[in-house]
Ligand binder design. Structure first.
Ligand code: NAD
Length: 497
């Protein structure tokens, strides 16, 4: 593979080609076509990756199926040791990988991309350490019977990831699959494949060929081919609910297990006793404003008690107005750009919708600037609408941009009812000094992950996943690895024979 591609933030840079990894080889697509990867901060093409299709996916899956035969037999401690070596190598490469993430996603280096790269190294270390935990159970069926279970790997995992946190999601799926003894074919997102390929390069230095393959290409081509491939025995998908349904159909056709980590429209409920700066800061973090709101766990529906509604929003607007938007590679930048034109236009259409909505009040932000340096890229300012109703489109649909809607409440039962009135159920946030109220609210909310008095991202060990149309299955954790990446076999022995 060509040497590491240094990210370039200047227009006119000659694009470089980054091949994909199939069976331990760096290859072009069988069809010979390439996809351009753009730096969304200035819309320059920074690289090209292969436009992989069904033939490439078939080669990668067959390679993985061959590699699986010996990988599954390797002692789990040995597999874990290799993953820990990957973590060490990854730590030494955090900076160039972080810069690549920033260049291709538009996520600011200091606030997003560097923490993402560091967190990805942690995931390899975490799952490397857990590889020996693939324990079974014994079942007491009587003195003369030995019945026990084994946790066996499933086979070839087809993993598909989005662009918003590409490396951490890729690392999680590779590390969980490999620690459990599976081989994996990862389909990178077409908008953010470069840092994932760089991560693959590190993995490839330590894993046997074919245990991990990375295919680049479009979702309808490479992604769909992977979801449908008959030798794929497990599908692990992170992305939109819409595509998740297609992946689940493909899984149903062949009865393969599937994990889906999908979209969200997560509530943040603020009680009247929590009108302070720490909570404002937590709401900003929970909404992932510094990732332009492009997070599945974004707390994008803010339920504020009526008695603090205006005062809290005034503090919030003050905090958002000082966030520095700009070049994602600049250390001073707090917030970068949206990923691409499509997403930019989509987010603008929601802002238009909010502006046109009678009764809604724009607290800060709005439509993006049409001139000046920010008009060079897909920048959108942090935007907050107040006096929103929970049944409006901007309160129901996942915008996946820096747009927060604030909805007033007076009775906590109403706040909970509105919070749960969504087809999503991924994350939630509750803010109060009254811990009993905080916990009873947390228990009443229909979401896979509720944070009380904090607005952080996932850590290794979280049994992470959604309720309702936010997904099925859990990942990120020991239970996630055991439940989603192994299958139980029971063995029963008659000791009297
Ligand atoms: P997306 O669903 O459009 O794409 C995700 C991946 O699926 C990409 O690699 C894409 O190429 C592929 N894909 C697209 N069509 C496909 C098809 N027909 N068959 C197979 N694969 C296909 O999502 P996106 O726009 O890349 O990401 C944003 C979405 O991801 C949001 O909805 C967000 O909430 C969700 N997300 C969820 C989590 C989570 O953990 N729950 C994490 C990050 C992002």
């Amino acid at each position: 593979m060509a040497e590491i591609m240094e990210p370039v933030a200047v227009a006119g840079q000659e694009a470089r080609r980054a091949p994909m990894l199939v069976d331990g080889q760096w290859v072009e697509a069988a069809g010979g076509q390439w996809i351009e990867v753009e730096n969304p901060a200035n819309r320059s093409v920074i690289a090209q990756v292969p436009r992989g299709g069904a033939e490439d996916v078939d080669r990668a899956v067959k390679a993985a199926a061959r590699a699986f035969e010996s990988w599954k037999a390797a002692p789990p401690r040995e597999r874990g040791r290799l993953l820990v070596r990957i973590a060490d190598a990854f730590e030494a490469r955090v900076e160039p990988i972080a810069r690549l993430i920033a260049a291709e996603t538009g996520n600011a280096l200091r606030t997003q991309s560097r923490p993402e790269a560091k967190g990805s190294a942690d995931l390899f270390r975490y799952f490397g350490g857990l590889a020996s935990e693939l324990k079974g159970e014994t079942v007491p069926l009587g003195e003369h019977v030995l019945s026990y279970t084994r946790r066996e790997p499933i086979g070839v995992v087809g993993a598909i990831i989005p662009w918003n946190s590409p490396v951490v999601l890729g690392a999680m799926k590779i590390a969980m699959s490999a620690a459990a003894g599976n081989a994996v074919v990862l389909k990178a997102a077409e908008d953010a494949p470069l840092a994932v390929l760089e991560m693959a390069r590190i993995c490839q230095e330590h894993l046997p060929p074919g245990v991990m393959n990375v295919v680049t290409g479009y979702g309808e081509e490479a992604g769909a081919a992977l979801a449908r491939h008959p030798l794929v025995r497990k599908l692990s998908f992170t992305g939109s609910t819409e595509v998740g349904k297609l992946v689940m159909h493909a899984a149903a056709d062949r009865i393969v297990p599937v994990s889906l980590e999908l979209g969200g429209k997560s509530p943040a409920i603020v009680f009247p006793d929590a009108n302070d700066d720490a909570v404002v800061e937590g709401v900003v973090n929970g909404m992932r404003f510094t990732r332009q709101g492009q997070s599945c766990t974004a707390g994008s529906r803010l339920f504020l008690h009526r008695s603090i509604f205006d005062a809290f929003l005034a503090r919030l607007a003050g905090k958002l107005r000082v966030l520095k938007l700009g070049d994602p590679l600049d250390e001073a930048t707090d917030m970068g750009t949206l990923i691409n034109r499509r997403q930019f236009e989509r987010v603008c259409s929601y802002i238009d919708d909010g502006l046109a909505q009678q009764g809604a009040r724009l607290v800060t932000g709005g439509l993006p600037p049409k001139s000046g340096p920010l008009a060079q890229g897909y920048f959108v300012e942090p935007t907050v609408f107040a006096e929103v109703r929970n049944d409006w489109r901007i309160a129901r649909e996942e915008i996946f941009g820096p747009v927060l809607v604030a909805i007033p409440w007076e009775d906590v039962a109403d706040a909970i009812r509105m919070a749960n009135d969504s087809h999503y159920g991924l994350a939630a946030y509750v803010w109060t000094h009254d811990i009993a109220k905080g916990l009873s609210t947390a228990h009443a909310i229909e979401s896979g992950w509720v944070q009380v008095n904090q607005g952080l991202g996932q850590s290794p060990g979280h049994s992470y996943g959604g309720f309702k149309q936010s997904g099925i299955g859990r990942e990120f954790s020991l239970e996630g690895m055991l439940e989603s990446f192994t299958q139980r076999k029971s063995v029963t022995v008659n000791l009297k024979y």
